[in-house]
Design a protein around this ligand. Structure first.
Ligand SMILES: Nc1ncnc2c1ncn2[C@@H]1O[C@H](COP(=O)(O)OP(=O)(O)OP(=O)(O)O)[C@@H](O)[C@H]1O
Length: 333
C-alpha cells in the first residue's frame, strides 16, 4: 500500500473519530484551552465543545482578549466535532437507514409516516385546542415501550410538560389497552414539569444524561412554545423569542441526532389575517419551528371524536391526510 493511501485512511479514521466525539465534552478538553481560559469561558456560558464550536469569533475574543486565539479555539472545536468534513451521499443514505420508527398506534398514520415517528428527527405536532396533540404524545410514550414486533422500540420516554397537561391515569389506560402493565408503563417514563423557558432548556440539558444512562428512544416536549409565548409577548419581543426558541429546537435536534431518539414537540396555533394552507390559523413560532423541526403534523378536529392529521414541511413524505379516533383505549384508526 502506498504511503498516500495510508495517509488517506488515517485521515478518514481521524474524521470518523472526530464525528464520534461527544458535543458535551468539557470545554477544557479543547486544544489551547487550559484551566484559566476554561474558567473564563464557563463564566460566560461556554461550557462544552459544542458551545464553542457554534460561537462567533467576536464573542469569544471579548472573553479571552485575543481574536486570533479565539479563532484557533473555535476551529479546533469544529474540527473535533467533525463539522468541517463533508461526507459521501452514500453515508447519508447509510445514516438514514439507521433511523428507527415508533408506531403511533394508528395504522393509517404510520403508513403516511413511512412506519411511524422517526428517531434522529424532531416531529412537530401542531393543532388547535383539543385537537389531540397531548393525546398523541401520551400514546407515543406508551407505544415506544412496546417490543419492536408490535411497533415500539422496547424503550423508555422522557416527558417534559410545560402546561401541566400530563395525566398518568391516561397513560395507564392506554398501556392497559396495549397489553402493558400500567405501573411499569409509568415507571418507564421520566417526567418533569418545566416552569419557564429557561427551566425547559435546562431540562433538555439534563435529559442528555438520562438518555446516556437509560434506554430512552423518545423525548416529548408538550408544549414547546407556551412559556416562550407568555414570557416574550408582543411584536417588540418577537426577535428575542424566536432566537431563544430557535436555539432550543436546535438543541433538541442535535440531541435527537446524536443519541438516536425521536423528539416530539407540540405547538399551538394562532389566528392570522390571511390564510395559511387554506387555514385561517397558523402555527405559533412560525418558520423558526418549521425549519427547526424535521416534520410537521397538523391535527384538526372533525366531528365528535374524529381527528384529521396532515403531514407537511417534510422533504421525504408525500403530503396527505388521514383520520383517527380518540377513544378510551387511546388513538385508533
Ligand atoms: N379518556 C378519553 N377518552 C376519549 N377521548 C378523550 C379521552 N381523553 C381525552 N380525550 C379527547 O381528547 C381531547 C383533548 O385532546 P388534547 O388534550 O390532546 O388536545 P390538545 O391538542 O393537546 O389541546 P391543548 O392545545 O388545549 O393542549 C378531548 O377533548 C377529548 O375529545
Amino acid at each position: 500500500m502506498s504511503s498516500k493511501k495510508k495517509k488517506t485512511d488515517a485521515e478518514a479514521a481521524q474524521v470518523q473519530a472526530a464525528v464520534e466525539v461527544s458535543p458535551d465534552l468539557d470545554v477544557e478538553e479543547l486544544e489551547g484551552v487550559g484551566k484559566v481560559t476554561g474558567a473564563k469561558l464557563k463564566e460566560k456560558g461556554f461550557y462544552t465543545v459544542k458551545d464553542v464550536a457554534f460561537a462567533s469569533v467576536k464573542e469569544l475574543a471579548e472573553i479571552i482578549g485575543n481574536e486570533e486565539r479565539a479563532l484557533q479555539i473555535i476551529e479546533s472545536a469544529r474540527k473535533m466535532l467533525g463539522l468541517h468534513s463533508f461526507i459521501s451521499a452514500l453515508e447519508v443514505y447509510e445514516r438514514r437507514k439507521k433511523i428507527r420508527r415508533i408506531s403511533t398506534g394508528v395504522r393509517s398514520l404510520d403508513e403516511l409516516l413511512g412506519g411511524g415517528i422517526e428517531t434522529r428527527a424532531v416531529t412537530e405536532v401542531v393543532g388547535e385546542f383539543g385537537s389531540g396533540k397531548t393525546q398523541l404524545c401520551h400514546q407515543l410514550a406508551v407505544m415506544v415501550q412496546l417490543p419492536e414486533e408490535r411497533g415500539g422500540l422496547g424503550a423508555k420516554a422522557i416527558y417534559i410538560d410545560t402546561e401541566n397537561t400530563f395525566r398518568p391515569e391516561r397513560i395507564m389506560q392506554m398501556a392497559r389497552a396495549r397489553g402493558l402493565d400500567p405501573d411499569q408503563a409509568l415507571n418507564n417514563i421520566f417526567y418533569a414539569r418545566a416552569y419557564s423557558s429557561d427551566h425547559q432548556m435546562i431540562l433538555v440539558e439534563h435529559a442528555k444524561s438520562i438518555v446516556k444512562q437509560h434506554n430512552v428512544a423518545l423525548i416529548v416536549v408538550d408544549s414547546v412554545i407556551a412559556h416562550f409565548r407568555s414570557e416574550f409577548p408582543g411584536r417588540e419581543n418577537l426577535a428575542e423569542r424566536q432566537q431563544k426558541l430557535n436555539k432550543h429546537v436546535a438543541d433538541l435536534l442535535r440531541l435527537a441526532d446524536a443519541y438516536d431518539v425521536a423528539v416530539v414537540i407540540t405547538n399551538q396555533v394562532m389566528a392570522q389575517p390571511d390564510v395559511f394552507f387554506g387555514n385561517p390559523l397558523r402555527p405559533a413560532g412560525g418558520n423558526i419551528l418549521a425549519h427547526g423541526a424535521t416534520y410537521r403534523l397538523w391535527l384538526r378536529k372533525s366531528k365528535e371524536n374524529i381527528r384529521i392529521v396532515k403531514i407537511f414541511d417534510s422533504p421525504y413524505h408525500p403530503e396527505g391526510e388521514v383520520s383517527f379516533r380518540i377513544t378510551e383505549e387511546g388513538l385508533i384508526d
